[in-house]
Ligand binder design. Structure first.
Ligand SMILES: [Zn+2]
Ligand SMILES: [Zn+2]
Length: 368
Protein backbone atom coordinates (compact mmCIF):
# COMPACT_ATOMS: atom_id res chain seq x y z
CA UNK A 1 0.00 0.00 0.00
CA UNK A 2 2.66 2.48 1.03
CA UNK A 3 4.41 2.30 -2.33
CA UNK A 4 1.29 3.70 -3.95
CA UNK A 5 1.15 6.81 -1.80
CA UNK A 6 2.57 9.91 -3.38
CA UNK A 7 4.79 12.08 -1.23
CA UNK A 8 2.21 14.82 -1.42
CA UNK A 9 -0.54 12.52 -0.19
CA UNK A 10 1.59 11.38 2.70
CA UNK A 11 2.51 14.93 3.66
CA UNK A 12 -1.08 16.03 3.44
CA UNK A 13 -2.12 13.24 5.70
CA UNK A 14 0.64 13.84 8.17
CA UNK A 15 -0.48 17.45 8.36
CA UNK A 16 -4.00 16.36 9.11
CA UNK A 17 -2.71 13.79 11.56
CA UNK A 18 -0.81 16.41 13.52
CA UNK A 19 -3.89 18.62 13.67
CA UNK A 20 -6.22 15.84 14.71
CA UNK A 21 -4.12 14.16 17.37
CA UNK A 22 -4.72 16.96 19.87
CA UNK A 23 -8.40 16.13 20.01
CA UNK A 24 -7.93 12.46 20.75
CA UNK A 25 -7.78 10.75 24.04
CA UNK A 26 -4.23 9.35 24.01
CA UNK A 27 -5.71 5.95 24.68
CA UNK A 28 -7.31 6.10 21.28
CA UNK A 29 -3.99 6.43 19.48
CA UNK A 30 -4.01 2.66 19.12
CA UNK A 31 -6.60 2.76 16.59
CA UNK A 32 -8.27 6.07 15.89
CA UNK A 33 -7.29 7.34 12.51
CA UNK A 34 -6.64 11.01 12.04
CA UNK A 35 -8.79 11.80 9.04
CA UNK A 36 -9.01 10.80 5.38
CA UNK A 37 -9.41 7.62 3.36
CA UNK A 38 -12.11 7.76 0.78
CA UNK A 39 -12.54 4.07 0.24
CA UNK A 40 -15.98 2.79 -0.61
CA UNK A 41 -17.47 0.06 1.56
CA UNK A 42 -16.73 -2.55 -1.04
CA UNK A 43 -13.06 -1.62 -0.83
CA UNK A 44 -12.79 -1.93 2.94
CA UNK A 45 -10.87 -5.19 2.77
CA UNK A 46 -8.58 -6.85 0.33
CA UNK A 47 -8.72 -10.63 0.55
CA UNK A 48 -5.27 -12.13 0.11
CA UNK A 49 -4.81 -15.86 -0.12
CA UNK A 50 -2.15 -17.11 2.30
CA UNK A 51 -2.86 -20.83 1.99
CA UNK A 52 -5.40 -23.27 0.61
CA UNK A 53 -8.72 -21.89 1.89
CA UNK A 54 -7.01 -19.38 4.19
CA UNK A 55 -7.19 -15.65 3.54
CA UNK A 56 -5.98 -12.45 5.13
CA UNK A 57 -8.57 -9.67 4.92
CA UNK A 58 -6.25 -6.67 4.92
CA UNK A 59 -8.10 -3.56 6.05
CA UNK A 60 -8.03 -0.30 4.11
CA UNK A 61 -7.37 2.94 5.96
CA UNK A 62 -10.48 4.48 7.47
CA UNK A 63 -11.19 7.35 9.84
CA UNK A 64 -12.09 4.79 12.48
CA UNK A 65 -9.58 2.05 11.95
CA UNK A 66 -10.50 -1.51 11.15
CA UNK A 67 -8.26 -4.40 12.08
CA UNK A 68 -7.38 -7.12 9.64
CA UNK A 69 -9.23 -10.42 9.79
CA UNK A 70 -8.17 -13.97 9.05
CA UNK A 71 -10.74 -15.95 7.06
CA UNK A 72 -10.44 -19.72 7.35
CA UNK A 73 -12.68 -21.94 5.22
CA UNK A 74 -13.61 -25.39 6.48
CA UNK A 75 -15.65 -28.15 4.86
CA UNK A 76 -18.86 -27.00 6.56
CA UNK A 77 -18.39 -23.33 7.29
CA UNK A 78 -16.08 -20.42 7.94
CA UNK A 79 -13.98 -19.30 10.92
CA UNK A 80 -13.23 -15.57 11.11
CA UNK A 81 -10.57 -14.04 13.35
CA UNK A 82 -11.52 -10.55 14.61
CA UNK A 83 -14.44 -8.36 13.59
CA UNK A 84 -13.26 -4.74 13.23
CA UNK A 85 -14.53 -1.54 14.80
CA UNK A 86 -18.14 -1.62 13.63
CA UNK A 87 -20.85 -3.97 12.37
CA UNK A 88 -20.94 -2.38 8.90
CA UNK A 89 -17.28 -3.31 8.39
CA UNK A 90 -17.97 -6.90 9.45
CA UNK A 91 -20.96 -6.98 7.06
CA UNK A 92 -18.74 -5.70 4.25
CA UNK A 93 -16.24 -8.49 4.87
CA UNK A 94 -19.05 -11.03 5.19
CA UNK A 95 -20.15 -9.99 1.70
CA UNK A 96 -16.65 -10.66 0.41
CA UNK A 97 -16.53 -14.01 2.20
CA UNK A 98 -19.75 -14.97 0.43
CA UNK A 99 -17.96 -14.56 -2.87
CA UNK A 100 -15.64 -17.35 -1.67
CA UNK A 101 -18.25 -19.66 -0.17
CA UNK A 102 -21.94 -19.66 0.66
CA UNK A 103 -21.32 -21.73 3.78
CA UNK A 104 -22.13 -20.03 7.10
CA UNK A 105 -19.68 -18.37 9.44
CA UNK A 106 -19.66 -20.81 12.37
CA UNK A 107 -17.04 -19.26 14.61
CA UNK A 108 -15.61 -15.82 15.29
CA UNK A 109 -12.43 -15.63 17.35
CA UNK A 110 -11.48 -12.35 19.06
CA UNK A 111 -7.71 -12.05 19.55
CA UNK A 112 -8.12 -9.40 22.29
CA UNK A 113 -10.61 -6.93 23.71
CA UNK A 114 -9.68 -3.71 21.87
CA UNK A 115 -12.56 -1.89 20.24
CA UNK A 116 -11.27 -2.24 16.68
CA UNK A 117 -11.17 -6.06 16.97
CA UNK A 118 -14.57 -7.00 18.34
CA UNK A 119 -17.22 -4.30 17.81
CA UNK A 120 -18.38 -6.01 14.61
CA UNK A 121 -19.17 -9.33 16.33
CA UNK A 122 -22.91 -8.65 16.27
CA UNK A 123 -23.00 -8.66 12.46
CA UNK A 124 -21.83 -12.26 12.33
CA UNK A 125 -24.15 -13.23 15.19
CA UNK A 126 -27.09 -11.77 13.27
CA UNK A 127 -26.12 -13.52 10.02
CA UNK A 128 -25.33 -16.89 11.57
CA UNK A 129 -27.67 -18.29 14.23
CA UNK A 130 -25.67 -20.56 16.52
CA UNK A 131 -22.49 -18.61 15.96
CA UNK A 132 -19.79 -19.37 18.48
CA UNK A 133 -17.63 -16.41 19.56
CA UNK A 134 -14.37 -17.52 21.14
CA UNK A 135 -11.91 -15.49 23.19
CA UNK A 136 -9.58 -15.95 26.12
CA UNK A 137 -11.10 -15.80 29.59
CA UNK A 138 -9.20 -12.54 30.23
CA UNK A 139 -10.56 -10.97 27.05
CA UNK A 140 -14.10 -11.94 28.04
CA UNK A 141 -13.57 -10.30 31.43
CA UNK A 142 -11.96 -7.20 29.92
CA UNK A 143 -14.96 -6.69 27.65
CA UNK A 144 -17.13 -5.86 30.66
CA UNK A 145 -14.59 -4.35 33.04
CA UNK A 146 -14.91 -0.56 33.35
CA UNK A 147 -11.16 0.00 33.67
CA UNK A 148 -9.82 -2.51 31.15
CA UNK A 149 -8.52 -0.05 28.55
CA UNK A 150 -9.42 0.74 24.95
CA UNK A 151 -12.15 -1.78 24.41
CA UNK A 152 -15.22 -3.43 25.84
CA UNK A 153 -18.77 -2.38 26.63
CA UNK A 154 -17.76 0.50 28.96
CA UNK A 155 -15.50 1.80 26.21
CA UNK A 156 -18.46 1.98 23.81
CA UNK A 157 -19.93 4.52 26.24
CA UNK A 158 -16.68 6.47 26.22
CA UNK A 159 -16.67 6.54 22.42
CA UNK A 160 -20.29 7.70 22.39
CA UNK A 161 -19.44 10.51 24.79
CA UNK A 162 -16.43 11.56 22.68
CA UNK A 163 -18.12 11.60 19.29
CA UNK A 164 -19.93 14.99 19.46
CA UNK A 165 -16.65 16.72 20.27
CA UNK A 166 -14.80 14.81 17.58
CA UNK A 167 -17.44 15.73 15.02
CA UNK A 168 -17.40 19.39 16.04
CA UNK A 169 -13.61 19.44 15.74
CA UNK A 170 -13.83 18.04 12.22
CA UNK A 171 -16.40 20.72 11.32
CA UNK A 172 -14.08 23.40 12.69
CA UNK A 173 -11.13 21.95 10.80
CA UNK A 174 -13.15 21.95 7.57
CA UNK A 175 -13.73 25.68 8.01
CA UNK A 176 -10.00 26.22 8.34
CA UNK A 177 -8.81 23.75 5.71
CA UNK A 178 -5.91 25.21 3.77
CA UNK A 179 -6.48 23.36 0.51
CA UNK A 180 -9.40 21.84 -1.39
CA UNK A 181 -7.74 18.44 -1.04
CA UNK A 182 -7.54 18.72 2.72
CA UNK A 183 -11.12 19.96 2.87
CA UNK A 184 -12.32 16.99 0.84
CA UNK A 185 -10.52 14.56 3.09
CA UNK A 186 -11.87 16.18 6.24
CA UNK A 187 -15.36 16.09 4.78
CA UNK A 188 -14.93 12.38 4.11
CA UNK A 189 -13.76 11.94 7.71
CA UNK A 190 -16.77 13.89 8.96
CA UNK A 191 -19.12 11.67 7.01
CA UNK A 192 -17.38 8.57 8.38
CA UNK A 193 -17.45 9.96 11.92
CA UNK A 194 -21.18 10.70 11.71
CA UNK A 195 -22.03 7.24 10.42
CA UNK A 196 -19.77 5.65 13.04
CA UNK A 197 -21.63 7.59 15.71
CA UNK A 198 -24.96 6.28 14.41
CA UNK A 199 -23.62 2.73 14.48
CA UNK A 200 -22.34 3.16 18.03
CA UNK A 201 -25.76 4.35 19.18
CA UNK A 202 -27.38 1.22 17.76
CA UNK A 203 -24.72 -1.25 18.82
CA UNK A 204 -25.88 -4.52 20.34
CA UNK A 205 -22.55 -5.93 21.46
CA UNK A 206 -22.10 -9.68 21.00
CA UNK A 207 -19.81 -11.03 23.69
CA UNK A 208 -17.80 -14.26 23.50
CA UNK A 209 -19.90 -17.36 24.06
CA UNK A 210 -16.92 -19.60 24.77
CA UNK A 211 -13.69 -18.83 26.58
CA UNK A 212 -10.35 -20.61 26.66
CA UNK A 213 -7.71 -20.55 29.38
CA UNK A 214 -5.08 -22.75 27.81
CA UNK A 215 -4.07 -24.14 24.41
CA UNK A 216 -7.05 -25.54 22.55
CA UNK A 217 -7.16 -27.39 19.25
CA UNK A 218 -10.27 -26.95 17.13
CA UNK A 219 -10.88 -29.78 14.67
CA UNK A 220 -12.96 -27.95 12.09
CA UNK A 221 -14.06 -30.32 9.35
CA UNK A 222 -10.78 -30.88 7.59
CA UNK A 223 -8.91 -28.04 9.23
CA UNK A 224 -6.86 -27.97 12.42
CA UNK A 225 -6.90 -24.61 14.18
CA UNK A 226 -4.86 -24.19 17.35
CA UNK A 227 -5.55 -21.40 19.82
CA UNK A 228 -2.44 -20.54 21.83
CA UNK A 229 -2.17 -18.53 25.02
CA UNK A 230 1.51 -17.72 25.30
CA UNK A 231 1.54 -15.10 28.04
CA UNK A 232 0.88 -11.38 28.41
CA UNK A 233 1.86 -9.15 25.52
CA UNK A 234 -0.30 -6.44 23.86
CA UNK A 235 -2.91 -7.20 26.55
CA UNK A 236 -3.24 -9.67 29.40
CA UNK A 237 -5.29 -12.04 27.25
CA UNK A 238 -3.85 -12.22 23.74
CA UNK A 239 -4.87 -15.26 21.73
CA UNK A 240 -2.73 -16.50 18.84
CA UNK A 241 -4.45 -18.50 16.12
CA UNK A 242 -2.15 -21.08 14.54
CA UNK A 243 -2.75 -23.29 11.53
CA UNK A 244 -0.01 -25.95 11.77
CA UNK A 245 -0.58 -27.52 8.37
CA UNK A 246 -0.67 -24.20 6.52
CA UNK A 247 2.05 -22.70 8.77
CA UNK A 248 0.10 -19.48 9.29
CA UNK A 249 -0.38 -17.44 12.48
CA UNK A 250 -3.00 -14.73 13.08
CA UNK A 251 -1.45 -12.62 15.80
CA UNK A 252 -3.87 -9.81 16.61
CA UNK A 253 -1.98 -6.72 17.74
CA UNK A 254 0.73 -8.67 19.57
CA UNK A 255 2.62 -8.66 16.27
CA UNK A 256 1.71 -5.96 13.76
CA UNK A 257 3.29 -4.19 10.82
CA UNK A 258 2.89 -0.82 12.59
CA UNK A 259 4.55 0.46 15.73
CA UNK A 260 3.23 -1.42 18.76
CA UNK A 261 0.57 0.15 20.98
CA UNK A 262 1.62 -0.30 24.60
CA UNK A 263 -1.17 1.26 26.67
CA UNK A 264 -2.72 -2.00 27.78
CA UNK A 265 0.49 -3.96 27.22
CA UNK A 266 3.22 -5.61 29.26
CA UNK A 267 6.50 -4.70 27.57
CA UNK A 268 8.89 -7.22 29.15
CA UNK A 269 6.39 -10.08 29.06
CA UNK A 270 5.65 -9.18 25.44
CA UNK A 271 9.23 -9.93 24.40
CA UNK A 272 9.07 -13.36 26.06
CA UNK A 273 5.65 -14.11 24.60
CA UNK A 274 6.94 -13.40 21.10
CA UNK A 275 9.84 -15.78 21.75
CA UNK A 276 7.30 -18.48 22.60
CA UNK A 277 5.42 -17.65 19.41
CA UNK A 278 8.67 -17.96 17.49
CA UNK A 279 8.93 -21.59 18.63
CA UNK A 280 5.86 -22.46 16.54
CA UNK A 281 6.58 -23.68 13.03
CA UNK A 282 5.05 -21.02 10.77
CA UNK A 283 6.07 -19.06 7.71
CA UNK A 284 3.47 -16.27 7.49
CA UNK A 285 1.78 -13.92 9.94
CA UNK A 286 -1.58 -12.25 9.44
CA UNK A 287 -1.01 -9.27 11.75
CA UNK A 288 -3.70 -7.18 13.41
CA UNK A 289 -2.68 -4.22 11.24
CA UNK A 290 -0.61 -3.96 8.07
CA UNK A 291 0.23 -6.46 5.39
CA UNK A 292 0.85 -10.20 5.69
CA UNK A 293 4.45 -10.66 6.83
CA UNK A 294 7.00 -13.48 6.84
CA UNK A 295 8.07 -15.05 10.13
CA UNK A 296 11.24 -12.95 10.10
CA UNK A 297 9.13 -9.90 10.93
CA UNK A 298 8.82 -11.26 14.46
CA UNK A 299 12.57 -10.77 15.00
CA UNK A 300 12.38 -7.15 13.86
CA UNK A 301 9.28 -6.29 15.91
CA UNK A 302 10.57 -8.00 19.06
CA UNK A 303 13.94 -6.30 18.52
CA UNK A 304 12.24 -2.93 18.64
CA UNK A 305 10.53 -3.75 21.93
CA UNK A 306 13.66 -5.16 23.56
CA UNK A 307 15.91 -2.34 22.32
CA UNK A 308 13.36 0.21 23.51
CA UNK A 309 13.20 -1.36 26.96
CA UNK A 310 17.00 -1.56 27.18
CA UNK A 311 17.38 2.08 26.09
CA UNK A 312 14.86 3.36 28.62
CA UNK A 313 16.37 1.29 31.43
CA UNK A 314 19.88 2.49 30.60
CA UNK A 315 18.80 6.12 30.38
CA UNK A 316 16.96 5.83 33.69
CA UNK A 317 20.05 4.23 35.25
CA UNK A 318 22.13 7.15 33.98
CA UNK A 319 19.73 9.55 35.69
CA UNK A 320 18.01 10.88 32.55
CA UNK A 321 14.59 12.50 32.91
CA UNK A 322 11.65 11.33 30.83
CA UNK A 323 11.93 14.46 28.68
CA UNK A 324 15.59 13.73 28.05
CA UNK A 325 14.73 10.17 27.07
CA UNK A 326 12.09 11.40 24.65
CA UNK A 327 14.62 13.79 23.13
CA UNK A 328 17.38 11.21 22.61
CA UNK A 329 16.05 7.66 22.30
CA UNK A 330 13.94 8.16 19.13
CA UNK A 331 17.05 9.14 17.16
CA UNK A 332 19.14 6.38 18.75
CA UNK A 333 16.73 3.70 17.52
CA UNK A 334 15.72 5.37 14.25
CA UNK A 335 18.40 3.90 12.02
CA UNK A 336 17.38 0.36 12.87
CA UNK A 337 13.62 0.78 13.16
CA UNK A 338 12.22 3.95 11.61
CA UNK A 339 12.01 2.78 7.96
CA UNK A 340 10.46 -0.61 8.80
CA UNK A 341 8.04 0.96 11.28
CA UNK A 342 6.84 3.73 8.97
CA UNK A 343 5.49 1.90 5.94
CA UNK A 344 1.87 3.03 6.20
CA UNK A 345 0.12 6.33 6.83
CA UNK A 346 -0.76 5.09 10.32
CA UNK A 347 1.15 3.67 13.27
CA UNK A 348 4.42 5.22 12.12
CA UNK A 349 7.64 5.41 14.10
CA UNK A 350 7.56 9.11 14.97
CA UNK A 351 3.83 8.99 15.76
CA UNK A 352 4.30 6.54 18.58
CA UNK A 353 7.89 6.36 19.75
CA UNK A 354 7.51 9.13 22.33
CA UNK A 355 4.44 7.51 23.82
CA UNK A 356 6.18 4.11 23.77
CA UNK A 357 9.15 5.56 25.71
CA UNK A 358 6.83 7.08 28.29
CA UNK A 359 4.87 3.86 28.75
CA UNK A 360 7.98 1.70 29.05
CA UNK A 361 9.29 4.17 31.61
CA UNK A 362 6.06 3.92 33.61
CA UNK A 363 5.53 0.19 33.26
CA UNK A 364 9.10 -1.15 33.43
CA UNK A 365 11.14 1.42 35.35
CA UNK A 366 8.57 2.91 37.72
CA UNK A 367 6.35 -0.19 37.61
CA UNK A 368 3.23 1.90 38.05
ZN1 LIG B 1 -5.88 -2.97 16.69
ZN1 LIG C 1 -5.11 -3.75 20.11
Amino acid sequence: MSALWTRRQVLTQLGIAAAAVHTLDPHELCCAVPAYAQTADKDLFELKKVGDGVYAAVAATRYKVNCNAAVILTDDGVVVVDSHSKPSAARALYGEIQSLTKKPVRKVINTHFHWDHWQGNEAYAAASPGLEIIASQQTRENLTRPDAGVGGIPYIEKQLAAMPGEIQKLKDDIQQASSPEMKARLESSLQQAESFWQELKQMKPALPTRTVTTMVTLQEQGREIQLHMLGRAHTNGDLFIYLPKEKVVASGDALIDWMPFLNDGYPEDWVQTLTKLEALDFTQVIPGHGEVRPKAHLTFFRGYLSDLIASVKKAAGDGASLDEMKAKIPDQLALKYEPGMSKYPLGRYRDRVGQNIELVYQKVVKKS
